[in-house]
Design a binder for this molecule. Structure first.
Ligand SMILES: [Zn+2]
Length: 297
């Protein structure tokens, strides 16, 4: 384990303990989440070192789901997956004047989204740390996926769209990563960042049992103001925020399981959270941020 002695967002030196969460997916171990005394940013601390982190991803939840479609759950899973891929691709196509263009999927997993974009004419590039996922991307989709440190050598001002689908919360070196992303983003390009929102109603309702904390894999726990502050430091602006409504249901179902709760309550919490988010702007369980260079007219 390593201890982070400064806030990953604002560099402040002191932080206070706010929650102890359990790793429900792999190890069952407890991890603490602290909150920066200056900016209020929440982060997992202490956290596994880069060498240790791999074993916390050794779970079926983090390996490719089989395309069997034999049970109702499998069928439902496939349907949601296809719908999600379809809506993601529609979104990125809407972000540039003349799609397709150049796309980078940072943390592309097994390459499902990349393959979909490529099939629609995008010049699509993927970076992913997990060697197993890299192999699947090659075998299943014929995609060559490279490790994330390749970001440092990608051409400047290059990509029309860069996507991070539930990836930024896993990234240890926040500012270094955003700096590289900013450099390789075209002047008129858009960064699409989806992250859980620990200021959502369901996060407050479930507390330490909220599935969006997902320790120790999630190192950062963002509120909307944290996302704005992070990108602001790199000359980028959050231009739009959109709710990811399906995530509220999924996260509430998982959270009920984590606190030995009452599963039928999950849709009610998710619905309450979604309605509350509609009234209190930008407070959805998970949110999608559209981010551009400051100088973009
Ligand atoms: Zn801070």
């Amino acid at each position: 384990m390593i201890s982070v002695d400064r806030c990953p967002l604002c560099d402040h030196e002191t932080a206070r303990h706010v929650l102890t969460c359990r790793d429900h997916t792999v190890s069952g171990e407890p991890f603490t989440i602290v909150e920066c005394d200056r900016c209020g940013f929440r982060f997992t601390n202490p956290r596994p070192s880069a060498d240790e982190l791999g074993r916390y991803y050794q779970s079926e939840d983090y390996t490719p789901h089989q395309d069997t479609g034999q049970t109702l759950i499998d069928t439902l899973y496939q349907w949601v997956r296809h719908y999600t891929l379809w809506s993601k691709r529609r979104l990125v196509a809407s972000l540039i004047d003349r799609p397709p263009g150049r796309l980078l999927d940072f943390g592309c997993g097994t390459g499902g989204f990349l393959a979909r974009c490529q099939a629609h004419g995008w010049d699509a590039h993927g970076l992913e740390p997990d060697p197993t996922a890299q192999d699947v991307a090659l075998e299943k989709h014929g995609l060559t996926v490279e490790p994330p440190d390749r970001i440092a050598t990608l051409p400047a001002d290059h990509f029309d769209v860069i996507t991070l689908w539930h990836v930024l919360e896993h990234v240890a070196a926040l500012h270094d990563t955003v700096e590289h992303l900013t450099r390789t983003l075209a002047p008129s390009g858009t960064l699409v960042v989806a992250v859980p929102n620990c200021a959502s109603l369901d996060a407050q309702f479930y507390g330490e049992h909220w599935a969006g904390y997902d320790v120790p894999r999630h190192l950062s726990h963002f509120r909307p103001r944290d996302v704005r502050r992070l990108f602001d430091r790199h000359g980028l602006t959050v231009e739009a925020v959109r709710p990811m409504r399906l995530d509220a249901f999924y996260v509430s179902l998982l959270s009920e399981g984590y606190c030995d709760g009452w599963l039928p309550r999950a849709p009610l919490v998710a619905l309450g959270s979604t309605l509350w988010a509609a009234r209190h702007k930008h407070r959805s369980s998970a949110q999608l941020y559209l981010i551009r260079h400051d100088e973009t007219p």
